[in-house]
Ligand binder design. Sequence first.
Ligand code: FES
Length: 115
Amino acid sequence: MPKPQKFVFVCINQRDPSHPRPSCNANGAGDVFNALREEQGRRLATGVKIVAGGCLEACMVGPVLAVYPDDVWYGGVTEDDVPAIMDHLEGGEPVAMLEIGDAEFDLRPPEMTRG
Ligand code: FES
């Protein structure tokens, strides 16, 4: 099997529900991860590696994914978005409506922004 050309890191972090920051896993990241793996299998996309990982620091817009080496970040991903993301991973354009940037990394829940 050839070396993967692209990686997608999927945050599946799960915090205690009392934590002020949300958790991607509580917002469906596990289902997104499984759907990506299934779609990859259907397409025989061997050049893509799908990796489950920890917090990627944009928790307020989870589930969050990072695609490398493209340096494209996605937020608010659902299972319905998986075919379009796989199109990107197989050489298509990034899915603009899901892209997140620096502003989303600065978001904090109200209880973490008080002086
Ligand atoms: S918990 Fe997923 S980005 Fe932080």
